[in-house]
Design a protein. Structure first.
Length: 418
């Protein structure tokens, strides 16, 4: 494999792995904030126990996501210095804002929320988790502003062979970014909702003592997942209408359109292959749509079932299906991400910079070594994350250390002297 293909594979793996953490983080923080709001307003002990249980799972996933995000950022300098040199002055501003939001505001208030249990006023503590949630949304927004610029570069001018941002408002209002933000956020709500429903089903199937906790959690998860699936489908439809010409031709598998687009690109940019890989685009797109239909049907049926309490607590087949649905939204999001990113090839900045021209001046051996190291590290992080989350999820609310009341220390008795 050439160096550029190794670099693409490395970034695809690390960005995809990070995307898995981010999607669950966005969904879970929303659910935790909603549940804590109910617990705070109604002074409900059950909902407060739910907040502690799901909050601890959220923290585990968030911590691992931060690690993968930091490593992924390094690759802009390690593997894609041509991109940062050519377009860094344009899309780097939104990346810088995302870093400030994520690593300063979000992390600060998450620390206040974690260590503020039984110390902060209950309303101040509630405000902290909502600030964490809103800054998480803002972080996703600015990342997608950067990605939207790569998909559809607007608000820039060329100065000495490099891009310079001249209209920040145009970049923020970029429809490729705005629609993607709505699509990703609603998809993250599906991830969080089905995760909560699946873990709750595990405990209901095992007849754990916290039936009330997990019965309510299951209903909340499904109640979020169903409308989120509908909204995701609506934003996905808008995204399909905005496909770049080459991706649209390949997605429709139209030989006539592909030939027309290829001829137009050659006339504009010179000889070369300007069509994205058809297999990746078509398979990922079909898989995304098929799994979205499965989730929509399953969420609709589950929404009807959940209103019957005996069925919620005793329908073991449904519990198994809910557990099996946990990985489905993750796979769907990865398929959608592949469809979006591979579909713009061979461009890294569409129509302005080819992927082959964005690579750093490194050898194939160096890139292969870094790919092996990144793959090993990220695979270990994924395994550790889901092992920790599975272990905590099986333990139940009573084992959650988050928000646990501190035990008074026993004073030491002075030793008797003879």
């Amino acid at each position: 494999m050439e160096t550029v293909e190794l670099a693409r594979l490395q970034f695809a793996f690390t960005a995809g792995a990070h995307f898995l953490f981010v999607s669950l983080t966005l969904g879970l923080v929303t659910l935790v904030a909603i549940i804590q709001t109910w617990a705070t307003v109604r002074r409900s002990p059950v909902h407060m126990r739910m907040t502690r249980f799901w909050g601890q799972l959220y923290i585990i996933n968030y911590a691992m996501g931060i690690v993968t995000g930091i490593v992924m950022e390094f690759q802009f300098g390690l593997s894609w210095s041509g991109l940062t040199d050519f377009a860094g002055n344009a899309f780097g501003a939104s990346l810088a804002i995302e870093t400030l939001v994520a690593f300063f505001i979000e992390s600060t208030f998450l620390g206040l929320w974690i260590f503020g249990w039984n110390r902060l006023n209950r309303w101040a503590h509630l405000a902290a988790i909502w600030i964490v949630a809103l800054t998480a949304y803002a972080s996703a927004f600015w990342i997608l502003i950067s990605n939207g610029f790569l998909q559809n570069p607007v608000g820039h001018k060329m100065t000495n062979g490099k891009l310079e941002l001249i209209d920040f408002g145009a970049m923020v209002a970029n429809p490729f970014a705005q629609v993607a933000f709505g699509h990703v956020m609603s998809a993250a709500m599906i991830v969080g909702g089905l995760f909560m429903a699946g873990v709750s089903a595990y405990h209901l199937r095992r007849r754990t003592v916290d039936q009330d906790v997990f019965r309510k959690s299951l209903r909340i998860g499904i109640t979020l997942a169903l409308p989120a699936t509908m909204i995701t489908a609506a934003y996905g439809s808008m995204s399909i209408d905005m496909l770049q010409p080459a991706k649209d031709a390949v997605w429709l598998n139209s030989a006539e359109k592909m030939a027309q687009v290829q001829a137009e690109m050659v006339a504009r940019f010179g000889p070369g292959d300007y069509l994205p890989p058809a297999g990746w685009v078509q398979v990922s797109g079909v898989l995304m749509l098929a799994l979205l239909a499965v989730m929509l049907f399953f969420s609709a049926v589950s929404f009807l079932i959940m209103w019957f309490r005996p069925v919620v607590t005793g329908f073991r087949l449904w519990h198994w299906l809910l557990m099996l649905m946990i990985p489905v939204p993750f796979v769907t999001m990865i398929a959608g991400w592949i469809f979006r990113e591979v579909g713009r090839q061979p461009w890294v900045v569409y129509g302005l910079l080819k992927t082959s021209d964005a690579i750093s001046p490194v050898s194939e051996g160096q890139m292969r070594l870094s790919l092996i190291i990144f793959t090993a590290v990220f695979s270990a992080l994924i395994v550790v994350n889901y092992w920790l989350m599975a272990r905590q999820a099986r333990r139940g609310p009573d084992e959650a250390a988050l928000g646990a009341a501190e035990q008074p220390s026993v004073p030491q008795q002075p030793a008797l002297s003879l």
